[in-house]
Design a protein around this ligand. Structure first.
Ligand code: ADP
Ligand code: MG
Ligand code: ZN
Length: 473
């Protein structure tokens, strides 16, 4: 039997607010356990929550980035359950009036086609604390309890593990672009509940879904999906019915295991949160926030390809990071040659950041400096090797490339008679190499070019050197 895979993801994205969702406690990662807690996030009797407006704004920004409709009326609800990492015994979340509705994420599908994974809604809720297990004892760290989380719920539109990963990558990129989350996977900023089912090819109804809880690495999600799809296929092929259940991924055994059979919303005894007012956003408020929304990464890629004439690959590398894309665009505008700018940013600048471990934003190099350097190169005022030699200095100390070139006399020598003098001297000094070339060993030519460049202190135009040398043979 041939099966079709159906995947839907519920992704928790931690907002980068400075304080928690309903109290003033800080959200810094890695602080001393239970040092960011107060009566509100510990659920003391009588403590009242107050809403973090920045979290509302971030969620709206995320919704706008994903093309959601922003609700004019939203409210919070209590989801009641006992779990030791949630001191209140309930979680404040949004059940039936979430902040953002609809929207979608564009990915490249299995067959290379463009495909939209629809978003069902985004709701805002608070995170729980962390259980810490040590030899013989367990503790709870409530620092994370009450941190604002968006839950982005997709429709069951993905058809393979690869599509699920493509969706998560695109979603992560969009959230980072929107500036609402660091989406740092190691710090647990982005965690997904993975829903997966299979159905006979051609069948309209969905199969029984399995939910794998709380996955925080993409590689884990991929492996868990592959395992679960095979497990479900084997069960159906053996004539066994699947039960709707919640499973967990065992990272050591590399298999999913049953946690519990599926609970219903009724089990949580949801009711409207009595201590918080509903949220009503005006269109004016939403429009004001929308002004700060940056261009979506996929749109930006398309525009950069069209505007600067760069290949899709370059656009992909450059747009992966908003600051890098901004830098590239400023360089391209300054020097007026998009392809040259992208070559230099991708090859030279990224190599420097990798080599030095210094991020571009922390370096002394500005887009104006690199743009100026490339202008000098374009106008043949300096040659390629000189430009390359100057870049690390600009990266470390900064400076005005035109001034440096003038001060140190680094201008390219394009004066043919001056270069010819070097060429003649080099030919005279290397009779053995000259003989080799005359005997047909053209590879030896490179040596002579190098010698002439050296004589000119690296300033000769490499093109003219080559032309002149060729004429001599
Ligand atoms: P629940 O009420 O159990 O949470 P929902 O209908 O709200 O279920 O969907 C939760 C998530 O599961 C969504 O991301 C949705 O896309 C996905 N989903 C729903 N049905 C299926 C299915 N049959 N197979 C795979 N994913 C599914
Ligand atoms: Mg669910
Ligand atoms: Zn608190």
């Amino acid at each position: 039997m041939e099966y079709e895979v159906v995947i839907g993801l519920e992704t928790h994205v931690q907002l980068k607010t400075k304080t928690k969702m309903f109290c003033g406690c800080g959200t810094t990662f890695g602080a001393q356990p239970n040092s960011h807690v107060c009566p509100v996030c510990l659920g003391y009797p009588g403590a009242l929550p107050s809403m973090n407006k920045e979290a509302i704004r971030y969620t709206v920004m995320a919704g706008l980035m994903l093309g959601c409709r922003i609700a004019e009326y939203a409210k919070f609800d209590r989801k009641n359950y006992f779990y030791p990492d949630s001191a209140k015994n309930y979680q404040i979340t949004q059940l039936d009036y979430p902040l953002c509705i609809g929207g979608g994420v564009e990915i490249t599908g299995e067959e290379g086609e463009k495909k939209t994974i629809r978003i069902h809604h985004i709701h805002l809720e608070e995170d729980v604390g962390k259980l810490v297990h040590r030899a013989g004892a367990s503790g709870v760290d409530y620092n994370r309890a009450g941190t604002p989380l968006m839950e982005i719920v997709s429709e069951p539109d993905m058809r393979s593990p690869d599509e699920a990963i493509a969706y998560l990558n695109a979603l992560r990129e969009m959230m980072i672009y929107a500036g609402v989350s660091e989406c740092n996977l190691e710090e647990g900023n982005m965690r997904s509940d993975v829903n997966v089912s299979i159905r006979p090819k051609g069948q309209k109804e969905y199969g029984t879904k399995i939910e794998i809880k709380n996955m925080n690495t993409f590689s884990g999600i991929y492996a868990a999906l592959q395992y679960e799809i095979e497990r479900q296929k084997a069960a159906l092929n053996a004539g066994q019915a699947l039960r709707q259940e919640t499973r967990r991924w065992d990272t050591e055994l590399f298999e999913t295991q049953v946690m519990r059979s599926k609970e219903n919303a009724d089990d949580y005894r949801y009711f409207p949160e009595p201590d918080l007012m509903p949220i009503s956003l005006t269109q004016e408020q939403i429009a004001t926030w929308a002004k700060d929304l940056p261009e979506a990464p996929a749109k930006r890629r398309e525009r950069m390809i069209a505007e600067y004439g760069i290949p899709e690959y370059d656009a992909g590398v450059l747009s992966a990071d908003r600051a890098l894309a901004d830098f590239f665009e400023a360089v391209a505008k300054h020097c007026g040659n998009g392809k040259l700018a992208s070559n230099w940013v991708m090859a030279e600048v990224l190599a420097l950041t990798a080599k030095t471990g210094v991020e571009l934003s922390a370096s002394a190099l500005t887009a104006e400096m690199l743009g100026e350097l490339l202008k000098l190169l374009e106008s043949k005022t300096i040659n390629g090797p000189t430009a390359k030699a100057l870049l690390p200095e600009l990266f470390e100390k900064g400076g005005n490339p035109a001034d440096i070139v003038k001060e140190r006399g680094l201008g390219q020598v394009s004066d043919t008679s001056a270069i010819e003098a070097f060429v003649d001297a080099v030919i005279e000094a290397n009779p053995k190499v000259v003989a080799e070339i005359k005997a047909g060993k053209m590879a030896a030519m490179g040596f002579l070019v190098g010698q002439v460049m050296k004589q000119s202190k690296g300033k000769a135009s490499p093109q003219i050197v080559q032309e002149l040398l060729k004429k001599k043979f």
